[in-house]
Design a protein around this ligand. Structure first.
Ligand SMILES: NC(=O)c1ccc[n+]([C@@H]2O[C@H](COP(=O)([O-])OP(=O)(O)OC[C@H]3O[C@@H](n4cnc5c(N)ncnc54)[C@H](O)[C@@H]3O)[C@@H](O)[C@H]2O)c1
Length: 254
C-alpha cells in the first residue's frame, strides 16, 4: 500500500508507539484520525499531525462503531488501522495469601486488550471492504499490538499473557478470513518500550529489565515501533504474523 493518498485511524494515537506511527504516517503524506480517551492529549497530537481527534473508549464496543464510523466518514475511506490501546494488571494465579486471581480483573484485561482489539478489527474490516482494491488487489491493513508477554509472560502477568496471546493467535486466522478481500492483518509484539505506559520505570529498573536482550540492551523507542508499522503497511507480503520487535529479548520468569 502507498501512504500518499491513504487514510488511517490510530487508536491509542495520543501517546507512545501509536503516536509515533501516526507521526511517521502523516510525515509521508497520509491522512489520519487520532482516537484515544477523552482525557488524553489526543486533540493536541491530532492538530500537530494535521488530523482530527475522536475521543473514545475501546471498551465501549458499540460506541467504537460510531466513533470509527465518524472518523472514516470524515477521512473518506480507511486503508490503515493501528491499535495500541491496552494495559495490564499484576496478579498471580494464586496470590501470595493463597487467594485466587480475581476473575473480574482477568476479564477486564481480556476485555480491554483482546475483545476490544477484535471489535476494532471487525469494524475496520467492514470499512476497508468498501474500498476499491489497488493494483495489487489490496484494500487495507490492520495492525494490532500484543507483547512478548504473549509468549513468555512473567510471574503475575497471567491475565495480560492470555489477552495478548489471544491477539497473537487471532492474527493469522483473521488474515485468512479477510484474504479474499485483500485486507491484511498483522500484530507487533514489543518488548519493553519507552512510552507513557512505562514512564514510571526508573532508568536503573529499565536496565535490569532489558539486560537479557541480545542487542540493543535498552528499552525500545516509539519511532522503532513506527518504522515497523510503516514497513508492514507498505509491504504486501507482511500478513498473518506476529512480529517480535524486541532486540532479541527473552523474559526471565520475573
Ligand atoms: N510500552 C511497553 O513497554 C509495551 C510493551 C509491550 C506491549 N505494550 C502494549 O502497547 C500498548 C500501549 O502503548 P504504549 O506503550 O505506546 O503506551 P502509551 O500509554 O504511551 O499509549 C497508549 C495509549 O492508549 C490509550 N488508551 C488506553 N486505554 C484506552 C482505552 N480504553 N480507550 C482508548 N484509548 C486508550 C492511552 O490513553 C494512550 O494514549 C498496550 O497495548 C501495551 O500492552 C507496551
Amino acid at each position: 500500500m502507498e501512504i500518499q493518498g491513504s487514510s488511517a485511524i490510530f487508536v491509542g494515537g495520543a501517546s507512545g508507539m501509536c503516536r509515533a506511527a501516526a507521526a511517521e504516517f502523516a510525515g509521508k503524506g497520509g491522512q489520519l484520525a487520532i482516537l484515544d480517551l477523552e482525557k488524553s492529549n489526543g486533540a493536541e497530537v491530532a492538530e500537530e499531525l494535521g488530523g482530527k481527534f475522536y475521543p473514545c473508549n475501546v471498551m465501549d464496543y458499540d460506541g467504537m462503531v460510531e466513533v470509527m464510523g465518524a472518523a472514516v466518514e470524515d477521512l473518506g475511506a480507511l486503508h490503515f488501522m493501528v491499535n495500541t490501546a491496552g494495559g495490564a494488571v499484576g496478579q498471580r494465579t494464586l496470590k501470595r495469601d493463597g487467594t485466587r486471581h480475581s476473575l473480574d480483573d482477568f476479564r477486564r484485561i481480556v476485555d480491554l486488550n483482546l475483545i476490544a482489539s477484535f471489535n476494532i478489527n471487525c469494524i475496520a474490516a467492514e470499512h476497508m471492504a468498501k474500498n476499491e482494491p489497488n493494483k495489487d488487489g489490496e484494500r487495507g491493513v490492520m495492525l494490532n499490538t500484543a507483547s512478548i508477554a504473549a509468549f513468555e509472560g512473567q510471574i503475575g502477568q497471567v491475565a495480560y499473557t492470555a489477552a495478548k496471546g489471544g491477539i497473537a493467535a487471532m492474527t493469522l486466522t483473521m488474515a485468512r478470513d479477510l484474504g479474499t478481500l485483500g485486507i491484511r492483518c498483522m500484530t507487533i509484539a514489543p518488548s519493553l518500550f519507552d512510552t507513557g505506559l512505562t514512564a514510571g520505570i526508573p532508568d536503573e529498573g529499565a536496565l535490569q529489565l532489558t539486560k537479557d536482550a541480545a542487542f540493543p540492551r535498552r528499552m525500545g523507542q516509539p519511532h522503532e515501533y513506527a518504522t515497523m508499522a510503516i514497513a508492514i503497511f507498505e509491504c504486501p507480503m507482511m500478513n498473518g504474523s506476529t512480529l517480535r520487535v524486541d532486540g532479541g529479548q527473552r523474559f526471565a520468569p520475573r
